[in-house]
Design a protein around this ligand. Sequence first.
Ligand code: FRU
Length: 501
Amino acid sequence: MTAATATTAETFRPALHFAARNTWLNDPNGLIFHSGVYHLYYQNNPLGNVWGNMSWGHATSTDLLTWTEHPVAIACDENEDIFSGSIVFDRENTSGFGTGSVAPLVAIYTSAFKPGSGHDGVQAQSLAYSLDGGYSWTKHTDNPVLSRGSAEFRDPKVIRYDGDAGSYWVMVAVEATDFQVVLYKSQDLRNWELLSTFGPANATGGVWECPDLFPLPVDGDPENLMWVLTINLNPGGPNNGSAGQYFVGDFDGITFTSATTVTEGQQDPDRLGDYQWLDWGRDYYAAVSFSDAPHNRRLMIAWMNNWEYANHIPTTPWRSPMSLAREISLRSSDGNLCLVQQPAGDWSALAGQESYCLSETTIHEGVLVLAGAAGTVQRIDVSFTPGSAEVFGLILRGDGAKGTRVGILPGEGKLFVDRRESGQTDFHGSFPSIDTAPVHPTDMAYSLTIFVDRCSVEVFAQGGQVTMTELIFPTGTSTDLSVYAVGGTATIHSLQVTQFA
Ligand code: FRU
């Protein structure tokens, strides 16, 4: 069914992203590749399409692009909501949850305890295990396994550490309102010992949530590993609301030492643009990486929404999609250590569809609709060289000159997404926006790879050095793709459009 013939209710259902059939979702949880399948669990309200009744929903994929939804994996009950967390494959059955030859998958999640539970108002870490590859789960009878008596201790990400300090499980979690990451170690996933804390540092404009910690080779050199600590925060992002920041440094098995801290303690509001962001757009939150991804790839998925307006976006019967999966790598340039991100799915099954090309074309003042390039689900690869124009770029999911503008302000060295005329915007006052990110041309050229879906735009600029992810809600008939310039000219070096629906 094309978007033009889709029912109004399903106009926004994504083609290349996961969204639940008819319920609410937020954070990705328990991402793991196991027995040839990518498992995506997620914060889910099984009973509605706004936040509540938090449980872990479940979907699987083999290509990271098409997903199958399964029954709820771990459900809330009268004592607890099941908040975010992670899953590990406990190969050696250190936890003892395995039986015979079956090693367990172990979920480490936050129990958000309800009044009357005996832990009223406390957030503590609990376990559940699966002996059938992640499809059915049993809660541990002795939960929680780690409590600090805190109401803001959540979002455990557990990794396996094998290094100079030994071989054990490491948990990173947050004391959210203290802007602190807390690190624990365990031999058996049941007993945990505090290792160290990190923070506050850099962005602290909102609570810290959903941390992750992983090693990456610098510039692909396996002899030169550094560690990346990612921390989502809400609000306090570079363009308001929810966003994810990261630090690069060293982890010795006990302490994470950042090499990229700009400010210690509480944030300096003037330095927001100096911090390192996983994404500069409004809709990339709670990003977390897969355990055990093949070939040591570091693959991340984020919730494509923003707590500022999350419960109000105009989709029905479902609400909130996930982002595309991204492969994360670490690059050093001019003494800086930066993450570079690429779309990670297996596109081969989808490729080879109708494609539109343009090269060496001058764009003049005004809007030029590209006949033959219209679509609702597209990959656009474009490279521009600035001329005299103050602003130039593309108009996506458009209706003539109205649409979502993705462009460059060459004088300011900025990429922007302007969604003020992107379609439905009036469901929340803070949704219509122009959002910017710093971007530097390479050999004078600005190159963008953009994934457009029925309710989203994901921009990978300069080979993935800067990304911007935003929701949009255009009508199903807003399909034009245009180029435009303001105040002069610019040149399209090359433009290619691949259609996916
Ligand atoms: C992040 C978050 C987490 C929490 C979950 C509850 O979006 O607030 O900190 O575990 O959502 O749904």
